[in-house]
Structures are given as C-alpha cells and as structure tokens.
Design a protein around this ligand. Structure first.
Ligand code: HEM
Ligand code: HEM
Length: 243
C-alpha cells in the first residue's frame, strides 16, 4: 500500500526522510478532525446536562431567580444534540468522499491483512504481543470499535428524537419522530436506552484516551497528536507494510 506522504507540504529536510527517519503522512483530513472534536464537545456537554435532566434537584434553597433552571439545561442539551447530529451526518458523508483512511471501507476487516491486524492488535492489548502491528490509519481493532461507537451515536440520536417527539409542541415537525416510540418499545425504554448509551460512551471515552496515549507512546508515531495536526510519522520501511 502506498501512503499519502506529505512530501509536498513539508520542508525538504523532513519530507525526504532519509534512512530510518519517519516520514510524515497526512492521515486525518480537516473534516475528520473537525467532526471528531465537535462530537467530543457535544458528548461532554450532553452528558453533563443529561445527567442533570435525569437527576433534577427537587427543591433548592433561596429564590428561584438565583438558580440555573432545568429549562435552560434542556436548551443547552438541545444545542449539544444539534451539534452531534450535524457532526455525525457530516462525518458519515465524508466516509464516502474522504481519503482512504476516512472511508467506511477502511473500518471493516474486509481482507486478510486487516483481519490479521485486528487480531494482532487484540493480542497486543491482552499482553500476548510485545508491540502492536504497524498501522497508518485506524488499526484493525480500533476501526471495528469506532463502528460500534457510530452505532451508539445513532442510538443517542434516535432515542433522543423519540423523547423529543413526546415533549415537542403539537405543531412542531419534531412530532414526526413519534413513529420511533413504538420501535423503542415505548418512551420509558427509549429513555432508559438513552441513559445507558451515555454511560457506554463515557466508558469508551476513558478507554479511548488511555489507548491513544498508550499507542502513541509505544509506536512513537504521533498518534495522539495526529487528531490535532492530521499527521502521523511512519518509519519509511513500514510504509508499504502498514495498513
Ligand atoms: C451523546 C449525546 C447525548 C447524551 C450523553 C445524552 C444524555 C441524556 C441523558 C442522560 C438524559 C436524561 C435521561 C433520563 O431522564 O434518564 C437525556 C435526556 C434527553 N435527551 Fe439526551 N443525550 C444525548 C444526545 C441527545 C440527542 C442527540 C437528542 C435529540 C436528538 C437528545 C434528546 C434528549 C431529550 C429530549 C431528553 C429528555 C429531556 C426531558 O426529559 O425533557 N439527547 N439525554
Ligand atoms: C467522547 C469522547 C470521544 C469519542 C466518542 C471519540 C471517538 C473517536 C472516533 C469515533 C474516532 C475515529 C475518528 C474518525 O475516523 O472519524 C476517534 C479517533 C481518535 N481520537 Fe477520539 N474520541 C473521543 C475523545 C478523544 C480525546 C479526548 C482524545 C485525545 C486526548 C482522542 C483522540 C483520538 C485519536 C488520537 C484518534 C485517532 C486514533 C487512530 O489513529 O485510530 N479522542 N475518536
């Protein structure tokens, strides 16, 4: 596999990457990074506000005007929801037009090489291997995990729309989404799944940040920084072997 080396956009001394010097590879395009961070912010804001919606204080001391009202919290939750929907739709479309590392086809272990990468990465995480297999884009295990995470985004959006359809004004277009209520088996279950989805996403958050630090440290290829800069630094001899 040939990688998208960044030879054209970097100083010649860096881009030529003589000997074992790592080659900068432009992996994450702007839409991937932008949607990643928009999703992160929306999840954090929606979790704080959602937790408050789920556990509202029944009584508060002092005059009502001195408190943040539940109404305001719900408005902030709605804005976080709008950002999440926009970013997920944007990232979904980019999966059909972006570079090879952004494409949906790169998320599935559809060939032997990717399947082997998935198992070897799993072996590394379970201490059966000393080093992870070389990867440029998402490794085989991460890409399958991200697919599950995208399903969680979908669960949050659909269960959220089911909940909204119940509380929206009678004339609101949000009422259209009432058809989702029976699909979830009623509002109570939609609410429960919306809540469970939040905890699964927060659990993923903790593991994800830990593994980004771990892989970045072990591979020393700038994985952690790549989600800010877009670049990873791959040893020249790995360019053709890595996924
Ligand atoms: C990952 C993002 C999200 C998180 C973490 C989250 C979290 C939560 C939580 C914990 C609750 C309280 C549920 C309960 O009462 O037990 C809640 C309520 C709610 N969420 Fe979300 N949510 C997210 C995204 C969304 C989206 C995308 C929508 C709309 C499309 C949405 C709409 C709602 C609505 C309508 C309620 C009920 C508010 C009420 O009781 O009036 N949420 N959310
Ligand atoms: C709620 C929190 C987060 C969620 C749900 C999340 C989710 C994701 C997803 C779905 C991807 C794949 C991106 C794509 O192809 O579109 C990704 C990649 C990545 N994320 Fe996050 N992320 C979160 C927080 C963070 C944080 C706080 C950091 C850094 C401190 C981070 C670092 C990274 C890195 C380095 C990658 C690329 C890893 C690779 O090479 O495969 N993420 N994240």
């Amino acid at each position: 596999m040939t990688a998208d080396t960044a030879s054209t956009s970097l100083p010649p001394a860096v881009a030529s990457g003589g000997g074992a010097q790592p080659i900068p590879v432009y992996v994450w395009q702007v839409p991937v990074r932008l949607t990643h961070w928009a999703i992160v912010v929306s999840i954090v804001v929606a979790s704080f506000t959602g937790f408050f919606i789920a556990n509202p204080p029944l009584t508060l001391p002092g005059s009502a005007g001195r408190h943040v009202s539940l109404g305001l919290v719900k408005v902030i939750h709605s804005w976080a929801a709008i950002v999440l929907v926009a970013a997920v739709v944007g990232r979904t479309l980019w999966g059909f037009t972006g570079n090879r590392y952004a494409r949906w086809s790169s998320f599935l272990p559809w060939n032997r090489q990717r399947l082997a990468n998935l198992f070897r990465t799993f072996a590394f995480y379970t201490f059966l291997r000393k080093s992870p297999p070389p990867s440029i884009g998402h490794n085989g295990l991460a890409s399958v995990t991200y697919l599950v995470v995208f399903c969680l985004y979908l669960l949050m959006i659909l269960s959220g729309l089911a909940l909204l359809s119940a509380s929206a004004a009678a004339t609101s277009y949000l009422r259209w989404f009432a058809f989702l209520q029976p699909i979830f088996g009623g509002l109570a279950r939609a609410r429960f799944l919306h809540h469970v989805g939040m905890w699964l996403l927060l659990g993923f958050f903790a593991h994800h940040v830990w593994s980004a630090f771990l892989i970045s440290n072990v591979e020393r290829n700038g994985t952690l920084e790549s989600i800010f800069s877009g670049y990873k630094f791959i040893p020249r001899d790995q360019l053709d072997k890595a996924e």
